[in-house]
Design a protein around this ligand. Structure first.
Ligand SMILES: Cc1ncc(COP(=O)(O)O)c(C=O)c1O
Length: 394
């Protein structure tokens, strides 16, 4: 029996409720089945009518998915969770459950490029307006709210420059307006930040990243109240179909067991990398929330218990110098995504954030020469030596 009072690392190992009681298998079984047999016609009818609990079809629910959802709800401190085929499917599921044609949502300007494209290109086709704010001043959010606003969406730390948004402040504004606050918690993970405890209503993850942790799965999660999660499953997910596969749910359950130890290592390595870059003569600026030089270090400290594995920096020069750096590294892998055991290096303006126009990049404060590193769990000396070598090539 799982106890809510257990510490985070204990819940990460045991929160799914364990293995298979029938066989004693310690690892949770992968229920790789699309459909589930009914005992008789009445049983099937009762399941469809919601009069009895049980499994019908994997697009609706599945025991392996359920084990993952149970564990994620524990880790984020929410009542319930819902697993999706990707982080984008999770964001789409939340938005489509909350907003409809003729209504609007408020979002910070600096978000993951795919989220930005969903908001600007897809939602506009559905006549859902997205009102963007910088997110530094809380009054900006208040000014954009009207009677047709259905949610506030923030990402913090935000992709790619690790901007921090005040979760408690946004929660206060959302509560006053009677609308939910949705936080993308991908970068921090529940190990370092628990938005629900700070007044947030719904948390979203690209579970592809630190939750899975090994770069072998694309998946998403949303956590919130039982009422909201049940409504989203019924009103949106079942009929849009972006469900996680049982095997991917199992990979995430396996990844979650080591989340705390991985995050400790990502975070200590990232701090050392950020400190190294901060003093390098070829580096103009470094963004890492754990550095005292980060413009929002105090705010980060007030809502995060650690600062994670993501570092962004701008080198002297611009795109050309950035290209030389990325083509010169030998250990760091030139790839998008983040949260893998391997260190990944990328150029957001031409990659993850290529969905932004040059003007939108400027407006969001994303410099042309920005490099983003997802610091892995290798020996930090080897990561720093690799960057030192590549910086010397510029
Ligand atoms: C902060 C953040 N949110 C959401 C997503 C989308 O997740 P996925 O790629 O799993 O669909 C990403 C992807 O990079 C991300 O970085």
């Amino acid at each position: 029996m799982v106890k809510k009072s257990w510490g985070f690392a204990t819940l990460a190992v045991h929160g799914s409720g364990g293995g298979d009681p029938q066989t004693g298998a310690l690892s949770p079984p992968i229920y790789q089945s699309s459909t589930f047999a009914f005992k008789n016609a009445d049983h099937g009818a009762r399941l469809f009518a919601g009069e009895e609990k049980g499994f019908i079809y994997t697009r609706i629910s599945n025991p392996t998915q359920e084990a993952l959802e149970r564990e994620m709800a524990f880790l984020e401190g929410g009542e319930a969770a819902l697993a999706f085929a990707s982080g984008m499917a999770a964001t789409t599921g939340v938005v489509l459950t909350l907003a409809r044609s003729g209504e609007n949502i408020i979002s910070i300007r600096m978000v993951y490029g795919g989220t930005h494209a969903l908001f600007m290109d897809v939602l506009s086709r559905l006549d859902i307006e997205v009102r963007e704010v910088d997110g530094e001043e809380l009054v900006e959010f208040e000014e954009k709210i009207d009677e047709k606003t259905r949610m506030i969406f923030i990402e913090t730390p935000a992709n790619p420059t690790l901007k921090i948004v005040d979760i408690r402040g946004c929660a206060r504004i959302a509560k006053k307006a009677g609308i939910p606050l949705v936080v993308d918690n991908t970068f921090a993970t529940p190990y370092y930040q628990r938005p629900l405890k700070l007044g947030t209503d719904i948390v979203i993850h690209s579970a592809t990243k630190y939750i899975g942790g090994h770069g072998d799965t694309v998946a998403g999660l949303a956590v919130g109240s039982r009422e909201f999660i049940d409504r989203m499953r019924k009103e949106t997910l079942i009929d849009t179909g972006g469900i996680i596969s049982p095997f991917n749910a199992w990979l995430l359950l396996r990844g979650l067991k080591t989340l705390p130890v991985r995050m400790d290592r990502h975070s200590s390595n990232a701090k050392r990398v950020a400190q190294f870059l901060n003093f390098h003569p070829k580096v103009k600026q470094v963004w890492y929330p754990g550095l005292r030089t980060h413009p929002q270090h105090e705010l980060a400290k007030s809502q995060m218990s650690g600062f994670g594995g993501m570092v962004a920096f701008e080198i002297n020069g611009g795109r050309r110098e950035g290209k030389i750096l990325m083509d010169s590294v030998k250990l760091c892998t030139l790839a998008v995504s983040l949260g893998d055991c391997d260190t990944l290096i990328s150029h957001p303006p031409s990659m993850t954030h290529s969905t932004y126009s040059a003007e939108a990049l400027k407006e969001a404060g994303i410099p042309e020469g920005l490099i983003r590193i997802s610091v892995g769990i290798e020996d930090v000396k080897d990561i720093i030596d690799d960057l030192k070598y590549a910086l010397a090539k510029i």
